[in-house]
Design a binder for this molecule. Structure first.
Ligand code: A3P
Length: 294
């Protein structure tokens, strides 16, 4: 099936998820051509779920012996996190590489390249509560829409969100795909929540470090290193850097667009109680007895 997208022309449903024509082509190419390595780390998110934050954290973690988190030469001070961790499904020649390889993707589990599924690589999934995800998407879409298209109304965007018809949606099926994998295969898939990570970034950094195989050693690394990485990657720090206030990605996307408020619960400033209730009911029904809650 095909539907009109509020941002990218037509959306096509592929394996249960919605993709714009151009991106679907790159997904199919990536499925055929991408060669995974056992040592790879994949950061999986839906757009507007904290991708930028997770990229920064993972990059700082795996490279912390090469780049001291306090160093004035740290790549995160002069590059946007999207320049340090490439998207699997988009061209990624112009990216600073790291070892082990770090990739991010918005792909649902069903559409990951077979080479990724079959490899012994690690997958970190970060989800965000759907109401905040919706509000963040809504602002993002309106920022990206070329002026002549005019802005999208909240009601129009909300209606599409409730039907699951938006880029990489629906959120419930996307999250459930990885949730199930994390239960069946916890050594391979780590499931994280943005909302919980905001509450305690330090503990999440430790969990992430353990999972991706670069744990903090109590002897050599004081707890300060965790705090330093947490601070380096914080919304306040990253969003105020010159590169993120004024820079642009090679794709043309403005770096500052990746930073808006970075808070939990902003939906309360945008959704009516009726909208919130409607979405809560849909989510409750879709997640059913899976054990996943937001
Ligand atoms: P808001 O629009 O709610 O502010 P993504 O990186 O997946 O595109 O998600 C963008 C969302 O994450 C935006 O949410 C953005 O402000 C927030 N964000 C970006 N960097 C962050 C950080 N370092 N810490 C917490 N949230 C961050």
């Amino acid at each position: 099936p095909t539907e009109k997208c509020l941002l990218f022309g037509n959306l096509h449903q592929y394996r249960g998820f919605w993709h714009p024509t151009k991106i679907l082509q790159t997904i199919l190419t990536c499925q055929n051509q991408f060669e995974a390595r056992d040592s790879d780390i994949y950061l999986v998110t839906l757009p507007k779920s904290g991708t930028t934050w997770l990229k920064a954290m993972a990059f700082a973690l795996v490279n912390r012996t090469q780049y001291d988190p306090k160093s004035t030469q740290h790549p995160l001070l002069s590059y946007n996190p999207h320049q340090l961790v490439p998207f699997l499904e988009f061209p990624h020649n112009d990216v600073v590489s790291s070892t082990p390889r770090l990739f991010s993707t918005h792909l649902p589990f069903v559409s990951l390249p077979e080479s990724v599924k079959k490899s012994g690589s690690k997958i970190v999934y970060l989800c965000r509560n759907p109401k905040d995800n919706f509000v963040s998407r809504f602002h993002w879409q309106n920022k990206l829409r070329r002026q002549e298209l005019g802005s999208i109304s909240l009601e129009e965007a909300f209606e599409s969100f409730c039907r699951g018809v938006y880029i990489y949606g629906p959120i419930w099926d996307h999250a459930l795909g990885y949730w199930k994998q994390s239960l069946e295969n916890p050594e391979r898939v780590l499931f994280l929540k943005y909302d919980e990570m905001k509450e305690d970034p330090g503990n999440h950094l430790r969990k992430l470090a353990d999972f991706i195989g670069c744990p903090f050693s109590k002897e050599k690394e004081s707890f300060n290193v965790v705090d330093q990485i947490s601070e380096l990657c914080s919304f306040d720090h990253l969003s105020n850097l010159e590169v993120n206030r004024t820079g642009k990605l090679p794709s043309g996307v403005i770096n500052s667009n990746f930073f808006r408020r970075g808070e939990v619960g902003d939906w309360k400033n945008h959704l009516t109680p009726q909208m919130a209730q409607k979405l809560d009911e849909i989510i409750k029904q879709k997640l059913g007895a899976s054990g996943l809650t937001f």
